[in-house]
Design a protein around this ligand. Structure first.
Ligand code: FBP
Length: 552
């Protein structure tokens, strides 16, 4: 007997396109908007991107110029960490491509950017796509974190493109991948490779956003998944009334995920890294804030609570940030030598000789497991892998110490039993919510429209996302418009800047307005599981962050 599962039923969900794209690809026309500049250091960006700089914004609809159809061979890659909806970007791209011309071909390069460099691909067929429609994960073609950024790599990709007669490459990735997409587009244009490059905004972290990109895909599903889990833990805590749960949430540097989950679930404490940085708050003060809530709740007989900790917090605490930056520099120069040191004592000696006295003092204050985690392998950008640092455990230890002191001073008489959780991977490959399924499909579909118009160095852009898909708009934004210059590794580099939580924005202000009550009382909110079938107001609603931002 065959059982229906969400997986089998979800295959037949038809994602919603913006109304303006529903009439069939042949009826869609393009209009040009304003010429663009750059988000910062316009002169330098113009100098670095002479071919792409200044391109116009583009909008799709019924009126305007109809693009001329031609045969296309398109390559696609998924880049970086998984985000729910990636398969639907490919499905939308595939459907539009085949609608354009049945003979068009889509090649899926495997394992991320390295697939392009190694010419490792599969030809995507209707059967392959059908197995992945509306599913989470990136397992259709895999992903990877290899960076495509050198001239030599661009040349190899150019050869691969020529070999397959590729007319375009679609890069589905975050800020770095899209920055590199722009550099690849510029290289191809300069060397007349004849291959366009289009980007799509991906990351659960929610930090790839600007005036033109309202949200990166995956954020909606990931935050709903974590909020369901947090809500379940809240119910458990409120039933057993005996544990303080410290929950670390993914999101790398930005606290968008933590903030959205807090707005959805109303924890007792949610730390926001950007606020910690602005106020220069040290670890002891953070622990005091948590201890204060523990004490207040204990006086009411509530020896339980929920603390949300953003993944990147540790890097925003000034004293630890300085320490991490010194360790990064030391390991960048002498990482191999350091790795060969056989004993912990020798490693400590090495660090003492390399780090400043102040940083060494901070290092020595930290528990051994955190010290070891700070010294683990760096990511390809030379950064510490924040997902592997157990900040939630570090904080609960410091809080326990503080409570002990308060007990001795006769100011606290409760019980403090901490439990620890880290939610990240649980949400990155979840079945995309209707929002992400629709948004991603629309992004992929729009990417093909941009290809058909002959565009290169553009990001697929679908807007008005806080409304129903009926009101969404679709277009293309020049990648150079989102760029600025940042000093990295001693060099000026073009970047699409990460958007951190805006402390003057509505989502943070809403949270700040309500948090004192949440810290003392039990105001938990239980969002439950993502709903895939049922009334639109329940199944299609997007994040509180997006809704509040749209009100601004
Ligand atoms: P992207 O920025 O590539 O979308 O990845 C996001 C993320 O999930 C972060 O939240 C997290 O810190 C990181 O990936 C974990 O990386 P890895 O998958 O390499 O463990």
């Amino acid at each position: 007997m065959e059982y229906s599962t969400l997986q089998s039923v979800r295959y037949s969900y038809q994602p919603k396109l913006p109304k303006m794209l529903r009439g069939g690809i042949k009826g869609i026309a393009v209009t040009e908007g304003d010429a663009t500049t750059a988000s910062g250091d316009e002169e330098k960006i113009r100098e670095l991107f002479p071919k792409l700089y200044g391109q116009k914004e583009l909008y799709f609809g019924a009126k305007g110029k109809k693009p001329r159809a031609k045969k296309h061979v398109v390559g696609v890659i998924l880049s970086g960490g998984q985000a729910p909806g990636g398969h639907n970007v490919i499905a939308g791209l595939y459907d539009a491509l085949k609608e354009g011309d049945e003979d068009n071909i889509l090649l899926g390069f495997k394992g991320g950017p390295s697939g392009l460099l190694e010419d490792n691909y599969i030809t995507l067929t209707a059967d392959t796509i059908a197995k992945y429609r509306n599913t989470g994960g990136f397992d259709m073609i895999g992903s990877g974190r290899t960076k495509l950024e050198t001239e030599e790599q661009f040349m190899i990709v150019g050869e691969v493109a020529k070999k397959h007669g590729m007319t375009a490459i679609v890069i589905i990735g975050g800020d770095d991948s899209n920055t590199n997409a722009a550099m690849l587009a510029e290289y191809f244009a300069e060397h007349e490779i004849g291959c366009q490059v289009i980007g799509c905004p991906k990351t659960i972290d929610g930090d790839l956003r600007n005036d033109d990109i309202e949200a990166s895909f995956g954020f909606d599903t990931a935050t709903k998944t974590y909020s369901e889990l947090i809500g379940n833990i809240m119910r458990d805590a409120n039933s057993a009334k005996k544990y303080w749960h410290f929950i670390k949430l993914m999101g790398r540097s930005a606290s968008h995920i933590a903030l959205e989950c807090a707005l959805q679930t109303h924890p007792n404490i949610c730390l926001i890294s950007e606020e910690v940085e602005r106020d220069g708050t040290d670890l002891a003060t953070i622990a005091d804030t948590i201890a204060d809530s523990v004490v207040k709740r204990a006086t009411q007989g509530f020896n339980f609570g929920i603390v949300i900790v953003p993944e990147g917090l540790i890097e925003f605490v000034p004293e630890v940030r300085q320490l991490i930056s010194e360790i990064n520099e030391t390991l960048a120069k002498n990482g191999d030598r350091f790795a060969r040191l056989p004993s912990w004592d020798e490693r400590l000696g090495f660090l003492t000789a390399s780090l400043s006295v102040e940083s060494m003092r901070v290092f020595n204050m930290l528990p051994l497991d955190i010290q070891e985690q700070l010294l683990m392998d760096r990511d390809p950008h030379g950064n510490v892998q924040v997902s592997r640092i157990e900040t939630e455990k570090l904080l609960s230890k410091i809080v326990a110490g503080r409570l002990q002191e308060l007990k001795q001073e006769g100011k606290y008489n409760g019980k403090f039993s901490p439990m620890h959780h880290f939610f990240g991977y649980e949400g990155r490959a979840a079945f995309p919510s209707n929002f992400d399924a629709d948004y991603c499909y629309s992004l992929g579909y729009t990417a093909f429209l941009l290809i058909q118009c002959g565009c290169t160095g553009y990001m697929s852009s679908v807007k008005n996302l806080s409304k129903s898909p009926d009101e969404w708009t679709a277009g293309g934004m020049p990648l150079t418009k989102m760029m600025d210059i940042e000093r990295r590794g001693g060099k000026d580099k073009p970047v699409i800047k990460k958007a951190l939580v805006d402390l003057n924005g509505k989502p943070f202000k809403e949270f700040a307005r309500r948090r004192a009550k949440w810290a003392a009382e039990t105001c938990y909110h239980y969002p439950g599981a993502i709903q895939y079938f049922g009334p639109a107001e329940l199944c299609d609603a997007t994040t509180i962050t997006l809704r509040l931002e749209a009100e601004e």
